[in-house]
Structures are given as C-alpha cells and as structure tokens.
Write a protein that binds this ligand. Structure first.
Ligand code: PMP
Length: 420
C-alpha cells in the first residue's frame, strides 16, 4: 500500500518523477570516499526502497510468528501475509495459480531444486542437457553435478562475438537425447536479452522441457511466464528491490505435482511415521522448514513498489539509461564495450586497453563509482570472448543520466592514472 501512496498518483499519467523515485532509496543518498555514491552494481543486487525496509521492520514489530502451524492470531496474520505475497508474485509474472510459485532462497536454489527433482527423476545415462554460452555459473554447475551422477552430458548453444545466441545452432543441437534446455532470459555478464520465446517454442515442439533463468529479467522488464511458454521460470528477489535470501521457482501445477520433494522436514509433509511419510500438496511440498517469512513480506512490498511504477516504464527508463552509459563509456579513448547484442537490458560491460578491470574498479571506487569487475560468475562467457574479466556498469531505474557522466569522468581518471 505504501508504494502506491509514495508515487501511485503518478501511475495513471505518462510522466514519472524519477528523481522522486530515486529518493525512495536511502542507501543512494550516501557519500562514498567523499563523493556522492554512484551505484552501478545493480546486476549483483539492487538497492532497497524505504517501503521494503519498512515492511520488514513492521513485520517484526507487529506480525512476527511462525506460519501455517499456529492456531493463534499472530500466526494466522503471518500466514495471511506470507500466502498473500504468493498471490502478488503470481499476478506479477502472470502465473495461472499462486500455488505454481514456490518460494526458494534465490535463483541458485531454484535451479538446484529443479535439478534435484526434475533432473534426478527425468534425466539419465546418455541424455543431454542444452545450456547456452551465456549462462551464469548457477545455471551450469547444478547440471554438471547432475550429469556426473547420472551419466548425462551438457551441450552448449553457441553465441556470436556480440553475445547473441545462435538459434540455428540451437536447432541443430536439439535431438531425441535432449531432455532439458536451460537458458538465461538476460545475461548478467553482457546484458543480452535472449530470444527466449523462440527457444522455448522450438524446444517444446521437440518435446523438451525448458527452464529459464530469469534472475536478470524480472527486475528489468514485464515478464509473463504464460507468454514465454517455458516449463520452469526462476528468479531472485534481491535483484528486484526485495531482501536477500528470497526467490521464486515457477512451474505449472501439473509439472510440480509430478515431481518428488527435494528437502525433507516440517511443513512439506502430510503425515509422518517411521515406516512411511506422505507429502503435502504443492507448493508446501517444496518448502521444507520455516521459510524466510520476512523475505517474502519484503518481496511483496517490492512487487507493490515496482508494479506501482510499472515494469514497462522501468524497461523504457533503463533502456534510455543504458544508452547514456554506453555512450559515456565509448567517449573515453581506449575503451571497448563487451556485449553489443541488438537486444540488451541494463548491463554495460567494458574493457580498457592495457588496464586490468580490477584496476578500473578500484580507481572508479575512489571516485564514488561502484562497478563490478571480474568474470561475473560467467567464466565461459569470458573464455568465449578471450577475456579474463571485464568492468561492468549495471543500471537500475533509479540511476540518472548524470551518473553516466560521473562514470565517464571516473574512466577518464583511470586513463590518466595509467597514462593511457
Ligand atoms: N542467474 C543469473 C543470470 C544471475 O545474474 C544470478 C546472480 N548474479 C544468478 C543466476 C544467481 O542468483 P542468486 O545469487 O540470487 O541465487
């Protein structure tokens, strides 16, 4: 509700006061090393608006109790809040039923959940899993662990030098051995928006199950799981203004129902005896133990907040910002953008001739500019492009065009220091 109050009145109109929106984020008001903080590490995690911080505090001040098990009033309140957020999540991603949305710790846990349930049940010796060249380690390693156990093989959909997936090559890789296609919606290292609908429909035509890693998509554009047509869609809350430690794994009920539980414990059972236990219905079947209740409450507040601004407006704003940041980087002699796909969201990765990205990050930090440097948990992307690392500026809607100029002067400072 508070999100709606903070700028809900503007939603119907065409214009959003982005500086007012920025002011909702207390962390952005800081000075760092004597300079205004320019936070450009949004792909790693977003900052949190006051409404999310307040929702978590209010939860502990007024509603804290364990959920589902208590008959007492407070437990009922906590349960209503927790299950209410499931409905918000479903609406946000256009799921047909809130029960399709399983709360997990984040994208990493969501993918591991699918690997340990769907993967262990449906993937066997000689089978193949198709990943893409753009994947984050979270969408590689769980499948490697599974392949080691089951004797299955990973094959990789290649990309071009711009960081775009080669869909024709994907078509050639699909075979009767393919049991799963697991592809990111948006690359965290390069910002590429993949042709996920096309990939999903080609895989489905071949009868193959599709998992989409939506960690970098849900925070930046409207996502409609129904329209995408995949079987699993996974994302993290902390990259979309919610607290850390909460995320969502979506799949149609019929698919969840067909899978065994993964973690065992309280809340995921229907009955327990030493001889045999039976399982609760989905989603409880996949939510063993006391969940991250305040994380869910915070996620609900974040969804209210983002929805009040409008995800289409956020996407448009970030597109303009990204162009400004890329132009700023290009203006500095000796820089090169890495990742030049036609369809991109939020990420400007770059290198500077003769300068290690860690040095770029360290000098930028002296200017108050927070960049990420390294392989961005996507080492195969770096290997494919013949790089060890890049510097990455990743934007959110609360960044400003002026911050692109701050980045430019920080990079110019890097050049000066290195005499480039
Ligand atoms: N996939 C992508 C594309 C990501 O960017 C990230 C986080 N950097 C993850 C998965 C993993 O998310 P988390 O660390 O929140 O589990």
């Amino acid at each position: 509700m508070k999100a709606v109050e903070s700028h809900g009145s503007k939603v119907e109109g065409a214009v959003i006061d982005w500086l007012k929106v920025r002011n909702d984020f207390p962390a952005l008001r800081q000075q760092v090393r004597g300079k205004p903080l320019v936070y450009l590490d949004n792909a790693a995690t977003s900052q949190k608006p006051q409404v999310v911080i307040d929702a978590v505090r209010e939860y502990y001040e007024q509603h804290n109790a364990n959920i589902h098990r208590g008959v007492h009033w407070l437990s009922e309140q906590a349960t209503i809040a927790y299950e209410g957020v499931r409905k918000k999540v479903a609406r946000f991603i256009n799921a047909a039923d809130p029960r399709e949305c399983v709360f997990v710790r984040g994208a990493t846990e969501g993918i591991n959940l699918v690997a340990q349930t769907f993967g262990r049940r449906k993937i066997g010796k000689g089978d193949e899993i198709l990943l893409s060249a753009l994947e984050h380690h979270s969408n590689i390693v769980p499948w490697q662990l599974l392949c080691e156990e089951k004797g299955a093989t990973i094959r990789v959909i290649p990309m071009n030098d711009a960081g775009e997936l080669l869909v024709d090559e994907f078509a050639k890789l699909l075979s009767p051995r393919t049991k799963l296609v697991a592809v990111t919606h948006v690359s965290n290292a390069l910002g590429t928006i993949t042709p996920i609908k096309r990939i999903a429909s080609m895989a489905k035509l071949a009868g193959v199950t599709v998992l989409v890693d939506g960690a970098q998509a849900v925070p930046h554009q409207p996502v409609d799981v129904h329209d995408i047509g995949a079987d699993f869609y996974i994302f993290s809350g902390h990259k979309m203004c919610a607290p850390t430690g909460i995320g969502v794994a979506w799949a149609p009920l019929i698919l969840w129902d067909s899978l065994p539980p993964w973690q065992g414990g309280g809340d995921m059972i229907s009955s327990v005896s030493f001889e045999k236990s039976t399982w609760a219905e989905v989603p409880a079947k996949f939510e063993a133990g006391t969940p991250h209740i305040e994380g869910v409450v915070g996620l609900g507040a974040a969804i209210d907040y983002l929805a009040a601004i409008g995800m289409d407006r956020i996407a448009a704003r970030e597109k303009t910002l990204l162009q400004a940041f890329e132009a700023a980087i290009r203006r500095v002699p000796g820089t090169r953008l890495v990742g030049t796909a036609k369809e991109k969201a939020g990420v400007a990765s770059f290198v500077m001739e003769g300068i290690h990205p860690h040095d770029i990050g360290t000098i930028a930090d002296q200017e108050g500019v927070a960049l990420r440097t390294g392989h961005h948990c996507a080492q195969p992307v770096m290997t494919r492009l013949g790089l060890a690392a890049t510097a990455r500026a990743s934007v959110a809607f609360y960044n400003t065009p002026e911050e692109a100029l701050a980045l430019e002067s920080a990079i110019r400072r890097v050049s000066e220091v290195f005499g480039a």
